[in-house]
Design a binder for this molecule. Structure first.
Ligand code: AMP
Length: 114
C-alpha cells in the first residue's frame, strides 16, 4: 500500500497515534487537535478516499465503524450523548483524503455547524 496521506501512515505504523481501538476492519485513534474532551477518529483499513466513494460492498464496513463508535462512546462514558461526523470533500471540510468518522463528546456541542 502506498502511504500517501497521514492516515495511511498511521495505518502502516510510520506515524504514531494514540490508539483507542483496532480490529481487522478499522482503527480508532485520538485526534491530534481535539475539538471536544473526547475526539476520536475511526478509519477503515481499506483504502477509501471519501464518503462519496463508499459502494454497496462497503455496507457492512461502514455499519461496523458505526458500531465501533457506539462502543467507544459507551467505554468512554459519553452517557449524555455524542456526535458522529464524516466530512466529505471540499464543501464538507475534509482535510485528510482517507475516509474517517469523528466521534466527539464530553461537552454540549453547538449546532448548526459553521
Ligand atoms: P477532516 O477535517 O474531517 O479531514 O479531519 C481530519 C482530522 O485529522 C482533523 O481533526 C485533524 O486534527 C486530524 N489529524 C490530522 N493529523 C493527525 C494525526 N497525525 N494524528 C491524529 N489526528 C490527526
Amino acid at each position: 500500500m502506498l502511504a500517501d496521506n497521514v492516515f495511511l501512515k498511521i495505518l502502516d505504523g510510520t506515524i504514531p497515534a494514540r490508539i483507542a481501538f483496532q480490529d481487522d476492519l478499522c482503527l480508532a485513534f485520538h485526534d491530534i487537535h481535539p475539538q471536544a474532551p473526547v475526539h476520536i477518529l475511526i478509519i477503515p483499513r481499506k483504502v477509501i478516499r471519501t464518503h462519496a466513494e463508499l459502494r454497496q460492498e462497503d455496507t457492512s464496513l461502514i455499519g461496523h465503524m458505526n458500531l465501533v463508535a457506539g462502543q467507544l462512546a459507551r467505554d468512554l462514558g459519553l452517557d449524555q450523548g455524542y456526535r458522529i461526523v464524516i466530512n466529505c470533500d471540499t464543501d464538507g471540510g475534509q482535510t485528510v483524503p482517507h475516509l474517517h468518522m469523528h466521534l466527539l463528546g464530553g461537552r454540549a456541542l453547538g449546532w448548526p455547524p459553521g
